[in-house]
Design a binder for this molecule. Structure first.
Ligand SMILES: [Zn+2]
Ligand SMILES: [Zn+2]
Length: 273
């Protein structure tokens, strides 16, 4: 029996056991590893409801203690619009200079963590090494961000930032879509839909581009299919990382142009300025 067939047989055997026993057996066979560094984790707690867990609890369910000390949460005060944390750690949240000067097409952007260290490792290996085992813990974090910032925002729809067909074909999945796993059957979350916003132009990879180059690069890259579905609706746009925010700005602009009443942006992480 090959390794793959062996795994499949194990999976079938596990599925035949009670969920609890299967869970214990799975942990014994595949002990949980840290999603930031791959180290084995002793006694990591499983989170059943992200709504009643702290960020610390969410993180320690999937990152080891060592990585935990390197993770930087997005702390207040931050811009009430774009969510950018202020260098000064004092005082209340307020609008940053950039948003005050020109209000973006989105109403707010929120993220849980700064895109650095173990968080960056986890997201990169999910996206580029296609480690699907990371989908669940990252989706759990995504749920936490939603419940922390948008539980009462009454969004009608949640849309993933779309990939172009060619990149989707290469990667095999849209990471933003997988982050919304489970939303469909949970009334606390807006209904996810991946068909409304479409990427019509495959843009060169933006890493290393300046803010201005990114803005030009992304312009006209998105289109809305069936605008009647978003007319007057409150929309949550979901992605893994907010880099300069140009992609989010462009998506929000296109959604607003097609009649969306409000657009908010949720990402797991954001790049520190
Ligand atoms: Zn670790
Ligand atoms: Zn701002």
């Amino acid at each position: 029996m090959g390794a793959k067939a062996g795994m499949a047989a194990w999976a079938r055997a596990l599925a035949g056991l009670g969920a609890r026993t299967a869970g214990a057996l799975a942990r014994a066979l595949y002990p949980p590893v840290c999603i930031g560094c791959g180290a084995f984790m002793e006694g990591a707690k499983t989170i059943s409801d992200p709504g009643s867990a702290s960020l610390h609890e969410i993180l320690s369910s999937s990152f080891c203690q060592d990585c935990g000390t390197k993770i930087k949460p997005v702390n207040q005060p931050f811009c009430t619009v774009c969510g950018e944390p202020f260098a000064s750690k004092e005082g209340p949240d307020h609008t940053c200079g950039r948003c005050a000067e020109k209000k973006p097409a989105f109403a707010s952007a929120r993220a849980a963590l700064l895109y650095d260290g173990p968080v960056k490792n986890a997201i990169l290996s999910f996206k580029y090494a296609r480690r699907m085992a990371l989908a669940r813990p990252l989706a759990l974090l995504c749920q936490w961000v939603f419940l922390r910032y948008y539980a009462d925002a009454a969004h009608d729809l949640a849309l993933p930032v779309p990939l172009h067909g060619r990149r989707l074909g290469w990667r095999g999945f849209n990471q933003a879509w997988l982050l919304m796993e489970g939303w469909k059957n949970d009334a606390r979350f807006p209904s996810p839909d991946r068909r409304i916003l479409r990427r019509i132009r495959n843009t060169p990879v933006q890493a290393g581009m300046s803010k201005k180059a990114r803005a030009q690069n992304i312009r006209g890259a998105f289109a809305v299919d069936c605008p009647q579905k978003i007319g007057g609706k409150r929309i949550l746009l979901v992605d893994d990382v907010l880099t300069t925010g140009e992609t989010a700005r462009e998506c929000a602009r296109v959604l607003a142009k097609n009649g969306a009443a409000r657009v908010d942006i949720l990402t797991l992480a954001r790049v520190e300025k």
